[in-house]
Ligand binder design. Structure first.
Ligand SMILES: [Zn+2]
Length: 280
């Protein structure tokens, strides 16, 4: 066990999972659950995705509740388009609000967002794919990664760390990473065409059990982070499977594809701590 324990906090009717030491350092962040929102079947609960066919008014109300729970303004959110690629956007205050009210103006073509500015709150949307949060406590800077099998295969976690090093001077060895609730190796059965894409990996994240193939996205992303220089001791995996716990989390696989999205968010507070507190 390392020190990055996740704690579940119920904040104003919305449950979020947070990283204890990051709370102490004033990093606004959390992984949401599916309970506590106003969306109806098949999105029932706290669906935060505007792109899945839900009533936008319901999604915006759900986002308002999540933001209120975290103490940030919905207008501060910045989302990427999430195209299952491996491109990274450097986010500044000028991007605040992109993808916050409409999916159409999310930052195009990116699955990872990084920033060193206080103000923008990075938002990613998930239902089985791995939400990965990054903290560089020295700069300080933060990052958010959407890692499904395609992004993982393209090394997106490592690309985000490299982008932080390039853009901010982040030292990977001081980075901390948390992998949030997502589909686990217990449930993530893949076909041979997906397994094949990981064939060249030194440690294969694909396991064969009873004639079936299972992909371990948690191990694969830990491996990518370590290869990018993040110490193993600084990487924490929540190890909560969304499909095993589809009562608590949205799971694309458990729902047969048509379901809501949970959020992962992360942002820096201003030097005076003004970022979150004054907005409550
Ligand atoms: Zn599972």
């Amino acid at each position: 066990m390392n020190r990055h324990r996740l704690v579940r906090r119920a904040l104003g009717g919305v449950a979020v999972w947070q990283v204890e030491p990051w709370l102490e350092r004033g990093i606004v962040h959390g992984f949401s659950e599916r309970g506590g929102g106003v969306s109806l079947h098949p999105f029932h609960g706290l669906n935060l995705g505007l792109h899945v066919g839900d009533d936008p008014a319901h999604v915006l109300e759900n986002r308002r509740r999540l933001c209120q729970a975290l103490g940030v303004l919905p207008e501060a959110l910045v989302a990427g388009e999430q195209v299952h690629g491996a491109d990274v956007a450097v986010v500044t205050a000028a991007h605040m609000g992109r993808g916050a009210q409409r999916a159409a103006d999310a930052l195009p073509g990116v699955d990872a967002l990084i920033t060193r500015e206080a103000g923008p709150v990075l938002l990613g949307l998930f239902a089985d794919c791995v939400p990965l949060l990054l903290v560089d406590p020295e700069t300080p800077a933060v990052g958010l990664v959407h890692a499904g099998w395609r992004g993982t295969c393209q090394g997106i976690a490592a690309r985000a760390v490299e982008a932080m090093a390039r853009a901010f001077g982040t030292r990977p060895r001081s980075c901390e990473a948390v992998l949030g609730p997502s589909i686990g190796p217990c449930c993530y059965e893949v076909g041979p065409e997906v397994a094949e894409r990981f064939a060249g990996w030194a440690e294969s994240p694909v396991q064969a059990r009873e004639g079936r193939l299972y992909l371990d996205l948690w191990a694969a992303n830990r491996h990518l982070l370590e290869a990018a220089g993040v110490p193993a001791a600084n990487i924490y995996t929540a190890a909560m499977c969304t499909r095993c716990h589809s009562d608590r989390f949205f799971s694309y696989r458990a729902a047969g594809g048509h379901t809501g999205r949970m959020a992962a968010v992360i942002g820096l507070m201003g030097p005076a701590g003004a970022h979150a507190q004054n907005w409550l």
